[in-house]
Design a protein around this ligand. Structure first.
Ligand SMILES: *Cc1c(COP(=O)(O)O)cnc(C)c1O
Length: 401
């Protein structure tokens, strides 16, 4: 038995089957590369699902975590620590919110749970969300997530969520009135396959929310922290300034960190006793996030995300079989001319590239922001054969009429 298949068998016998069988057993990583248990090397174009912003085993992150753990690892939220406060200050600075406040947690779902609870403190209970949305798997976050297959086994979910078509201003305007606490949107829908709304949509959503006294809450769990070439995706659009932003994924660079950031009146809605967490804001996780933010800054990785993102978009657009390329920075979607995205993921793996499919015809790319030009050149060279193999494999498994 190889190292890979041994671990995959043990996984099946010990780990709850919520994700299906794992495609690979991975043992180490460096930069935008990972190695499996049989020693095979891969260029990682998934980045732990938009998490490994600094790639794998980045020395700045390793140093920050080990130094903090060797100094003060955990103290509970009865006490303040320097990394926790510094992280909150840094996030407010990046958002430009002098009247903001931050709640630190451990995941995207938790960041959204805190925000959902915050909206309840407005005195209103309705929330408007978008079709195609993904906000997480806990009961509150799931109540905002539109996909029926995720929701239905767990109904009834916390209520009063209205779903409207994404990127449809008229539908949003019709759904929002003065009973709505918040409008929650992803600035670019990630799990839906990197769906970018038209440039007027978020500004209009902001106006609609404000006109009705509702909060505009942007879920930047996937889009935030440099992914799109700006600190936050909403900063790609002039004049968009939400009331609440939720963050996670890239923030800790692989250490679990979530953040709920609110400003103005929204910043003080949660009062002592309203919410809590044992681990959230712990010094190690906070030190990790601070290291991610300072390294993104010091190493010019936002500019790199823009440049590499353009290189990736160009190579995808030039590729036969790719009919549409979406996204910004290093968050990109590629629409294929047929339903062979799953087969492309398999063929890419054989060729030494980790890809992700969000649907039968859709590939998503959310690689580490440290991805190099050479990594992408290698992918460009391999892609035609990957898609040919995938097309053939899909054809061979389908009944021809
Ligand atoms: C991944 C994701 C979440 C959920 O984050 P978890 O850390 O998996 O709980 C929420 N919102 C968006 C937009 C996401 O992409």
């Amino acid at each position: 038995m190889t190292g890979q298949s041994e671990l995959q068998h043990r996984y099946a016998d010990a780990v709850m089957n919520t994700f299906g069988p794992p495609a690979l057993a991975l043992v180490r990583g460096k930069g935008a590369r990972v190695w499996d248990a049989d020693g095979k090397e891969y260029v990682d174009l998934l980045g732990g699902i938009a998490v490994n912003a600094l790639g794998h085993a980045h020395p700045a992150l390793v140093d920050a975590v080990t130094t903090q753990l060797a100094t003060l690892g955990h103290v509970s939220n009865f006490f303040a620590t320097e990394p926790q406060v510094a992280l909150a200050e840094r996030l407010l600075g990046l958002l430009g919110w002098s009247d903001g406040r931050v709640f630190l947690s451990n995941s995207g779902a938790e960041a959204n749970e805190a925000a959902l609870k915050l909206t309840r403190r407005t005195g209103r209970t309705r929330v408007v969300a978008a079709q195609g949305s993904f906000h997480g798997r806990t009961m509150g976050a799931l109540s905002l997530t539109s996909k029926a297959a995720y929701r239905e086994p767990f109904e009834p979910l916390p209520g009063e969520v209205t779903f409207v078509p994404y990127d449809d201003v008229a539908a949003l305007a019709a759904a929002v009135d003065d009973t709505v606490a918040a409008v929650v949107l992803e600035p670019i829908q990630g799990e839906a396959g990197v769906v970018v709304p038209s440039s007027g949509y978020l500004p209009a959503a902001q106006d609609i929310a404000r006109d009705n006294g509702a909060l505009l809450w942007l879920d930047e769990v996937q889009t935030g922290i440099g992914r799109t070439g700006t600190w936050f995706a909403h900063q790609l659009l002039d004049g968009v300034d939400p009331d609440v932003v939720t963050l996670a994924k890239g923030l800790g660079g692989g250490i679990p960190v979530g953040a709920t950031v609110a400003r103005g009146t929204a910043a003080t809605l949660l009062q002592p006793g309203n919410h809590g967490t044992t681990f959230g804001g712990n010094p190690v996780a906070s030190a990790a996030a601070l290291a991610v933010l300072s390294t993104l800054d010091a190493d010019g990785l936002l500019e790199a995300a823009t440049e590499r993102g353009e290189q990736l978009a160009d190579l995808l657009a030039q590729q036969a079989g790719v009919v549409e390329v979406t996204g910004a920075g290093l968050m990109r979607g590629a629409e294929l001319d047929g339903p062979y995205a799953a087969e492309a993921v398999v063929a890419a793996r054989e060729a030494g590239f980790i890809l992700n499919a969000t649907g039968p015809t859709r590939l998503r790319f959310v690689p580490p922001l440290v991805l190099t030009r050479d990594d992408l050149d290698a992918f460009a060279a391999a892609l035609p054969a990957i898609l040919d193999t995938a097309r053939a494999a899909a054809g061979s498994t389908r009944e021809t009429p």
